[in-house]
Design a protein around this ligand. Structure first.
Ligand code: FES
Length: 176
């Protein structure tokens, strides 16, 4: 059977290959932490709960783009980010946490992309071998720079502010 996320053979009758299943599980854990942090009311299912913050952001789009004024947070030394590989980090804003894919592009240049698909906010996963972000929900795809290349998403992934200060990577809120 072919994997529902990456399209490779799973080698068995499961819908996801081993790599995709692991990444989907990691995304669910992050979504659950976000929910617990808010202390929000219970809604059915961990995945549905994890998308609550994103749904609110869709309802109040004025929040998008205010990230440049949000405080930068230290997410570790530059050396902890191998060049050319995305690492999933958590940005903690006022009353919410956000998953952010961060990549060292070399020469102290970083790119930080929000991990929510711009279609219906499912957490996208990075596939190094494909050099793409894939959304497990409805198949949207994004290239290495977060630009939309396939599927129903209306645009590319949102960017977060990111900078290097004194050898430390500093992550901020959404900028675009
Ligand atoms: S939520 Fe990603 S394609 Fe629908």
């Amino acid at each position: 059977m072919r994997c529902r996320m990456c399209g490779f053979e799973t080698g068995n009758e499961t819908e996801l290959c081993e790599e995709c299943a692991g990444k989907a599980s990691q995304a669910k854990d992050m979504s659950r932490r976000k929910f617990l942090g808010w202390g929000a009311v219970t809604v059915g299912g961990l995945i549905g709960v994890g998308y609550l913050g994103s749904a609110l952001r869709m309802l109040y789009p004025t929040n998008v783009g205010n990230g440049s004024s949000a405080p930068l947070q230290n997410i570790g030394p530059v050396a902890a980010f191998p060049v050319g590989h995305y690492i999933l980090k958590t940005y903690t804003g006022e009353g919410f946490e956000d998953g952010v894919w961060v990549m060292n592009q070399g020469s102290n240049q970083f790119i930080a992309l929000d991990f929510h698909c711009t279609h219906l906010q499912c957490p996208v996963q990075w596939f190094q071998s494909l050099e793409k972000f894939l959304c497990p929900c409805h198949g949207s795809q994004y290239n290495k720079l977060g630009q939309h290349i396939a599927g129903p998403a209306p645009r590319g992934l949102f960017h977060h502010a990111v900078a290097v200060k004194n050898g430390q990577v500093m992550l901020g809120g959404q900028t675009s």
